[in-house]
Design a protein around this ligand. Structure first.
Ligand SMILES: [Zn+2]
Length: 161
């Protein structure tokens, strides 16, 4: 009985899978996922935040996820699939901490095959993208839009002269 139950749980279809993203690996929806769903937990070793900041100073570790001033999750183990979630400035999940655990919750409907993303915040951006700025889809779209607008304005000025 208990065995069958465990097997049923294991066979439950996963809502996400690791796949190839534009830069390295990413996490993708394996089914349509509704908004407001607790999707995945960011798992790893809980370490004191003070210690985490020391590690971060020595070598930027993008798997350190700060819960608060006291605890940080070192999510570098490969079993932590949430570490594959890439950054977006227009993300479809948000992180919420609950009693020392970190969960990613969907903020809108995600279609099967869509990449799952989270806004990791400004500090992360500076650390991992440098002066080139963010390369997420939302930023790329905004950049090409403003470039188009610039070209348009430049064209107008030429006509005026
Ligand atoms: Zn961006």
């Amino acid at each position: 009985m208990a065995k069958a139950k465990a097997r049923a749980r294991k066979d439950k279809p996963k809502l996400y899978r690791v796949g190839r993203a534009r830069t390295g690996l990413g996490l993708f929806a394996a089914a349509d996922i509704p908004a407001g769903k607790l999707l995945i937990e960011y798992t790893g070793t809980r370490i004191p935040t003070r210690e985490a900041r020391e590690i971060d100073k020595r070598r930027a570790n993008k798997y350190l996820f700060e819960i608060d001033n006291r605890f940080t999750i070192d999510g570098s183990p490969r079993s932590n699939l949430a570490r594959y979630v890439n950054h977006s400035c227009d993300p479809n999940t948000e992180a919420e901490s609950n009693r020392g655990r970190m969960m990613f919750r969907t903020v809108r409907k995600i279609a099967q095959g869509e990449e799952i993303t989270l806004d990791y915040g400004e500090e992360h951006m500076e650390l991992y993208f440098g002066p080139a700025g963010c390369l997420c889809d939302a930023c790329k779209a905004a950049k090409s839009k403003s470039a188009k607008a610039r070209r348009k304005r430049a064209g107008t000025r030429r006509v005026d002269r």
